[in-house]
Design a protein. Sequence first.
Length: 131
Amino acid sequence: IIRLPQRSTLLDISLHRKMFIRDRCGSIGDTGSIKKAGELAIECRTDEALAALDNAETSGGFSKYMAGLERVGILRDAGRSDEAAKALRAYKSHPEVASSSDEEIEESLTNFVDELRKKRKQRTGSSTCPG
């Protein structure tokens, strides 16, 4: 598993390295917004986290793919299952994702949500958001 330098996202990027190399994205895109989204999700500020991911996706490059998958994890963490399922379908609809198996994607999502909740518990004493 490859991780971005300085842990700029909570999401493992092993799924995306194949896409990045194959597509020659040319740029990383807005990884700062991805990092911000993770921090906002830890603070249970889900809608703000999703807005940050919108910025990352719009920036294109490698961040587009990372943000798409991280969106699914943040929605799952927030208990927004229908939205998460829709976001996962949208993510999988990109031809670039075809090289990733469903098992790889689910493992990455599980790891992301587990890490998010671990960090939240360390900071707040609770792994889940109120409500």
